[in-house]
Write a protein that binds this ligand. Structure first.
Ligand code: SF4
Length: 249
């Protein structure tokens, strides 16, 4: 699903820019499908991203989105500088969304992103996935213990108390064996108290060694639809590895 996509949903009129990334430097989450689209070849990452960003700049002119989200199946801070630099015209004076692993979220990294891109508002999405440390660290192997969760919560408080235009949102994973519905409901409530938004993502199994998906009850569906800021039910357009939108080969 690398490419540029127009989207109109609960978050408004959005342009989604999905870039080619290098393999995530952590790379150990048990459910992670992103390796399917990542590349170890610097030239491929750079040239694919140039093409995607050129298309995104044209789309921004035409579509006039309220917000622009840039994803790379890992952390924004792991993109090559060539890509980072070319994103400037997309990010300026708009609501600009990026994804990071927790270790890249510091007061200094936020200040640098704000100074460099000058967005109207910066949204950082982080994949804590669940508030329950046992599930996060044992079932998902996220490498983000509660100490990291607490640290990022504090970074958010300090950044916002300085009046910086930044929000931190968390992903919430559901529909996977080992993540009980009770824990999803508990995590949703807890994340809403400490972050600015929650994006619930239905688990999809991409590789044979990944955990099994499980059905989602009507009660959980209704809860997520009602209380999460956005629910990714895994529509066809987000299938990793599929070629959609303005996607390079
Ligand atoms: S942090 Fe994200 S990209 Fe990295 S291994 Fe985990 S799920 Fe995959």
């Amino acid at each position: 699903m690398i490419g540029v996509f127009r989207e109109q949903d609960e978050l408004g009129r959005r342009l989604i820019v999905i870039l080619r990334g290098f393999p995530c430097s952590y790379g150990k989450c048990t459910f992670c499908p992103f390796a399917i689209e990542q590349s170890l070849h610097t030239s491929k990452v750079i040239f694919d991203n140039r093409e995607i960003i050129n298309n995104a700049v044209r789309e921004k002119e035409e579509y006039r989105p309220d917000r622009i989200a840039v994803f790379n199946g890992g952390s924004f801070h792991e993109l090559p500088y060539d890509t980072v630099e070319r994103l400037k015209p997309l990010a300026k004076n708009t609501v600009f969304e990026v994804e990071e692993r927790s270790e890249f979220i510091t007061l200094e990294s936020i200040r640098n992103l704000l100074d460099y891109y000058k967005p109207e508002h910066l949204v950082i999405r982080v994949g804590f996935e669940t508030f329950r440390e046992d599930i996060r660290e044992k079932t998902l192997n996220k490498g983000m213990p509660d100490s990291e969760l607490k640290r990022v919560i504090q970074v958010r408080i300090e950044a916002q108390s300085r009046g910086w235009p930044v929000s931190i949102w968390s992903y919430l994973l559901f529909g996977m064996k080992g993540i009980s519905e009770e824990s999803v409901a508990e995590s949703l409530r807890a994340f809403k108290k400490v972050f600015d938004g929650v994006i619930a993502v239905r688990y999809k199994k991409y590789l044979p060694n990944h955990p099994e998906p499980v059905p989602v009850s009507k009660e959980l569906r209704e809860l997520l639809n009602r209380e999460a800021d956005l629910v990714d039910w895994g529509g066809e357009q987000w299938m990793i590895g599929e070629k959609k939108g303005y996607a390079p080969e």
